[in-house]
Design a binder for this molecule. Structure first.
Ligand SMILES: C[C@@](CO)(OP(=O)(O)O)[C@H](O)COP(=O)(O)OP(=O)(O)OC[C@H]1O[C@@H](n2ccc(N)nc2=O)[C@H](O)[C@@H]1O
Ligand SMILES: Nc1ncnc2c1ncn2[C@@H]1O[C@H](COP(=O)(O)OP(=O)(O)O)[C@@H](O)[C@H]1O
Length: 300
């Protein structure tokens, strides 16, 4: 019997995020390009007696996260147990967080995806990735991508995925903010300030990713939620400008923010950007990462 499983799960950055109109439920139609990056969380799932589900966090933002049934990781474990009718299901989850909380890098979604994979292995459910996809989509729009990883186009709510062929490795520097931004609040600000245009992904971005042309990728990054995020947190405009002045090949708010993502030409260049950005009082910390990386994976 398996007694413990360890899973690594990446964060994401949206290289393109085009936002259309909202449907009756308030969800917006998206056209997005996700990339999974090496800044990730680690989930330890240990056997527990039937009906016992516990959750603890260490690391980034640990003290601010709920550990009850409102947490996406807890919901993921219970959803898998219920839908797959696992007899005697119980788990102790311990999550080592590195992904900034409420940062636009899908930390909660990552923990949900990682928990699905961890509990699937721990309880020997035998569900395939495609079996897990609908459960992931039920938990949140971003969760399916964190199962898939790599670089992918997301349509619908962002949960209908097509993997993309890309070349090369992309080096990123992420500037973390002192506070978070609520995703629904940023979408509301989008509704207030913007007229939905196209959800089409720029062809220049798709072509640049195919060729591995980092400069062209940097030049074609686009995020329709950037304006609304900056409107809610104006200092982000300064952070973005600083990164560009320090030589970033592209600068963008990550998803609904407030984390800002800077594309570098190399790992050494990413380190230089991190040093320059960390000097700004509006930046809590700078982190380096590379992508694309795999989705949620069981560690040996
Ligand atoms: C904006 C994006 C871009 O990848 O990521 P983040 O920046 O939050 O990480 C995602 O669309 C966020 O996905 P996720 O955080 O999973 O969203 P959910 O929990 O499903 O929804 C949270 C809220 O965001 C809004 N929402 C989300 C997705 C979508 N296509 N339209 C929306 O309007 C809705 O107000 C919804 O109630
Ligand atoms: N396991 C989790 N990790 C992080 N945030 C979580 C988790 N479960 C629930 N949340 C909540 O989800 C909200 C969004 O956080 P997160 O997923 O980190 O950011 P974002 O949606 O901006 O990428 C936060 O308010 C946080 O309290």
């Amino acid at each position: 019997m398996t007694t413990a499983v360890r899973v690594r799960v990446p964060a994401k950055v949206n290289l393109a995020l085009r936002v259309g109109g909202a449907d009756a439920s308030g969800y917006h139609e998206l056209g997005t390009v996700f990339q999974a990056v090496s800044l990730g969380d680690e989930i330890l799932a240990e056997r527990a007696p039937a009906g016992v589900f516990t959750l603890a966090f260490h690391g980034e933002g640990a003290g601010f996260l709920p550990v009850d049934d409102t947490n996406l990781a807890m919901r993921a474990a219970k959803l898998l147990a219920a839908r797959c009718e696992v007899t005697g299901a119980g788990v102790r989850l311990t999550i080592r967080k590195r992904i900034p909380v409420a940062g636009g890098m899908a930390g909660g979604s990552a923990d949900a995806a990682g928990t699905l994979v961890a509990c699937n292995a721990l309880w020997q459910v035998g569900a395939t990735r495609s079996d897990l996809h609908p459960l992931a989509a039920e938990l949140g729009a971003d969760v399916p991508f964190l199962l898939l990883g790599g670089t992918a186009i997301g349509t619908g709510r962002g949960d209908q995925l097509t993997s993309m062929m890309t070349s090369g490795t992309y080096h990123w520097t992420f500037a973390l903010a002192h506070s978070g931004l609520s995703t629904p609040a940023v979408f509301r600000e989008f509704d207030r300030t913007s007229t939905p245009d196209t959800t089409e992904i720029p062809v220049e971005l798709v072509e640049a990713l195919r060729l591995g042309d980092t400069g062209a990728v940097g030049a074609s990054l686009v995020n329709d939620l950037q304006g609304p995020a900056v409107s809610l947190l104006p200092q982000l405009a300064h952070t973005l400008r600083l990164g560009l002045e320090a030589g970033a090949l592209g600068a963008i708010v990550s998803g609904s923010g407030p984390t800002c993502a800077f594309l570098a030409g190399s790992s050494a260049h990413a380190a230089e950007l991190a040093t320059a950005l960390a000097r700004f009082s509006g930046v809590r910390a700078a982190r380096r990462a590379f992508g694309p990386v795999a989705g949620a994976q069981v560690l040996p």
